[in-house]
Design a protein around this ligand. Structure first.
Ligand code: SF4
Length: 315
């Protein structure tokens, strides 16, 4: 079809992070323990393939815990939930399994601690993203969302001497550095997080794309439109001059996108299954005749999170 490409470069680290693996494992085990239907608050992870597979097996995705019939189990997605959602589930007497990524839970705990200590908090993140809603919802006020430089310029706080910031875990590393510099300029005493809130998986996947995309004519990121970290990978690849596309599966690819491409990059966001990467690489090889090459990883990853205690014995 669109022959002529020499190489499909598989970029790594890519694909599932430890938080996504744990969230999927939790839904699998709740299905085994309770049987279908299992209710999940929000898409367990932002990936169309994962969601469709679970729906076929009797998982029902809801936004409001009041939509769960009393007595049935509900799983919170990897993005985390607000305290109001936890209250609503408790009032309904639901059996809750919490698949919030431990790295998001750490930020939630930090927000609660800071508020108890009298700090106001600035959160850098994308309005409407469920992780941001969950983190903002750890405090009853005193926490302000900023998305860009304009928001920082317009921000008004009660006491600039007792101010801290947190971020969404899946932001652009470079954009966030710029926004943090602006925050420090406006509020020189602002308290920094003890540890970066942008998670290891986001950092590593962006570093890997930065190392590879400059040499690629076309760059594919496997991920769904709702996936924040996948969208950031596409932006990074595009900023380095590659024609970058976010695709859910091989069928999303228009062969015309490959015209004139010699080197094609391929990676996957933290919620995208490796089998999709495999099927896309095979499709690209079939269409172009290019060799599929695994490139050296930009970082090694050995993070894993265990399942909650009440699911440890469900195998
Ligand atoms: Fe956790 Fe990061 Fe994965 Fe989100 S992307 S689930 S914060 S490890």
């Amino acid at each position: 079809m669109s022959g002529g490409a020499e190489e499909v470069a598989l970029v790594s680290p890519r694909g599932f992070c430890a938080g996504v693996e744990r969230a999927i494992l939790i839904v699998e085990r709740v299905l085994k323990k309770h049987g279908a239907p299992v209710y999940v608050k929000h898409e367990i992870v932002h990936n169309k393939t994962v969601i469709e597979d679970f729906k076929k097996r009797g998982v029902v995705f809801i936004e409001d815990p009041r939509d769960v019939p009393p007595g049935l189990p509900v799983v919170y997605s990897a993005h985390g939930v607000s305290r109001a959602v936890r209250r609503a589930a408790a009032e309904r007497g639901l059996t809750v399994y919490d698949a919030t990524c431990p790295l998001v839970s750490r930020i939630h705990a930090g927000v609660s601690r800071l508020r108890r200590a009298g700090y106001e908090i600035v959160m850098i993140g994308h309005r409407g993203h469920p992780e941001v809603e969950g983190t903002l919802g750890q405090a009853d006020g005193g926490i302000y969302l900023v998305e860009n430089a304009e928001d920082i310029a317009a921000l008004s706080v009660e006491n600039p001497r007792k101010l801290a910031y947190v971020t969404q875990t899946t932001l652009s590393v470079d954009d966030t550095k710029r926004l943090v510099a602006l925050l420090k300029e406006r509020f020189p005493g602002i308290r920094l997080p003890e540890k970066d809130d942008i998670c290891y998986a986001t950092q590593n996947r962006q570093d890997a794309v930065k190392a590879a995309a400059g040499d690629c004519d076309v760059f594919f990121v496997v991920g769904s439109a709702m996936s924040s970290n996948s969208n950031r990978l596409k932006e990074v690849a595009g900023s380095l001059g590659a024609r970058a596309y976010l695709v859910d599966c091989a069928d999303d690819i228009d062969p015309r996108w490959l015209e004139g491409a010699k080197r094609i990059g391929l990676t996957a966001g933290a919620s995208a299954p490796e089998r999709i990467v495999k099927s896309i690489s095979l499709r690209l090889r079939e269409w172009t005749g290019a060799e599929v090459v695994e490139t050296p990883p930009a970082a090694s990853e050995n993070v894993s999170f265990s399942a909650p205690k009440d699911l440890l014995s469900v195998l």
